[in-house]
Design a protein around this ligand. Structure first.
Ligand code: S6P
Ligand code: ZN
Length: 191
């Protein structure tokens, strides 16, 4: 009946309830959190980050999932909640990554809050797209991506990406992104 797809596991269909007001996945089976201390090396003002870590090392963001097999054919999905705040005057953000399989894209749907999806190619081209509730952002294959919270409530987004994509954090740690987002005099500045 099916073409042979040996690398794709057959699993049972399932549904997951999302709370679109709070931006929560109800009963996720995996929750990954990154605290401020996981963000060393990513912000401009390293001393300001150390103060936040010394002050209790709060959760910076969390990822809620019901994991499926990380294989071609499956679709990974998650809700990420990035809390509001600044390190110095730089907006809280995720570490960011390329996909290990670089020819895989990703779709983000913003559910709550306000922010940016910052994207870059390995040769340094940089683009960003606004996140606000109901806005979808397409991250094409090859583009590294990082979410940034420019608002004062959690930035919540739902994402979907190919099962085989994987995460490459090392290259982003080495390269950084050409642009950052700051709050100065109450305005969002990208520079
Ligand atoms: C996965 C997708 C998201 C991020 C999450 C956390 O491809 O882009 O699930 O993993 O937003 O960001 P990061 O950069 O720490 O993985
Ligand atoms: Zn991704």
């Amino acid at each position: 009946m099916f073409d042979t797809l040996p690398e794709t596991s057959l699993i049972q269909p399932f549904g997951v309830q999302l709370d679109l007001v709070e931006g929560l996945m109800e009963n996720p089976t995996r929750r990954t959190e990154r605290r401020a201390s996981a963000m060393r090396g990513h912000y401009n003002d390293a001393a300001a980050l150390e103060k936040i870590i010394e002050g209790g090392d709060p959760v910076h963001y969390e990822v809620l999932e019901v994991p499926v097999p990380e294989e071609t054919g499956h679709l990974m999905f998650c809700i990420s909640r990035l809390f509001p705040g600044t390190v110095g005057d730089e907006c809280f953000m995720t570490k960011g990554h390329y996909h290990t399989r670089v020819n895989t894209g990703e779709i983000y749907l913003a559910l709550r809050g306000k922010g940016l999806m910052m994207m870059k190619t390995p040769d340094g081209e940089c683009r960003w797209e606004e996140f606000r509730p109901g806005r979808m952002v397409y991250v094409p294959p090859y583009w590294g991506h990082r979410s940034i919270n420019t608002g004062d409530e959690p930035l919540v987004s739902f994402c979907v990406y190919p099962g085989e994509a994987g995460h490459n954090y090392g290259d982003i740690e080495t390269e950084g992104f050409p642009k950052r987002a700051f709050i100065r005099d109450g305005s969002v500045i990208v520079e």
